[in-house]
Ligand binder design. Structure first.
Ligand code: 5GP
Length: 191
């Protein structure tokens, strides 16, 4: 039997653009959206829960799943740390008739768009400036000097991919940007 839904929403943004907050808000509306839980090999941060925020796997398990072709896409997002979208996760959500909300890095987003052409809405969330992004990352207090530099370098590269997305939302103001996101997503799921 076919899956009960075929729409997929892909959201990407440089780390610190405010994407997580916006996605969390979006999920509180009754739009039939469900967060697609990625697999990753980084360690859980304080408060993160396995099977809710991520499926936290060790590298051996992750690589085994790569070999089994279990991923729609996977990337080494940060040095030595793998992240990937499991096909079983998307199917689990689609089979319930829900729309997966896939919150991943820019390269991974491009792969998902390519694999599910014509079924995806892709959204890029942009910070107002690199300076602001740096301030937000420092404010979050989760980064060391080294990981901060890595995240900023990656963010600068990611910003150059924004044009490849269906929609670009500038997170200059959380309320305004969240309202814009809600309107765009509502239009897609109701169509
Ligand atoms: P964090 O370590 O801050 O949770 O996430 C780091 C980056 O990995 C974010 O940009 C996030 O969007 C990305 N990411 C999370 N899950 C996936 C995934 O399944 N695939 C890819 N390619 N990137 C992911």
């Amino acid at each position: 039997m076919g899956l009960k839904n075929d729409k997929i929403i892909v959201i990407a943004a440089p780390s610190g653009a405010g994407k997580t907050t916006m996605v969390k808000r979006l999920l509180t509306y009754n739009l039939g959206l469900e967060f697609s839980i990625s697999a990753c090999t980084r360690h859980p941060r304080v408060g993160e829960v396995d099977g809710k925020d991520y499926y936290f796997f060790d590298e051996e398990r992750f690589k085994g799943l790569m070999d089994e072709d279990a991923f729609v896409e996977w990337e080494m997002v940060y040095a030595g740390k793998y992240y990937g979208t499991l096909r079983s996760e998307l199917d689990r959500i689609l089979d319930k008739g829900n729309t997966p909300l896939v919150d991943i890095d820019v390269k991974g987003a491009m792969s998902v768009m390519d694999k599910y052409k014509g079924r995806c809405l892709s959204i890029f969330i942009k910070p107002p400036s690199t300076e602001e992004l740096k301030n937000r990352l420092i404010g979050r207090g989760t980064e060391t000097e080294e990981t901060l530099a890595e995240r900023i370098n990656k963010a600068e590269l990611e910003l150059s991919y924004a044009h490849g997305f269906d929609k670009v939302i500038i997170n200059d103001d959380l309320e305004r940007a969240s309202a814009e996101l809600l309107e765009i997503v509502r239009g897609f799921v109701k169509a």
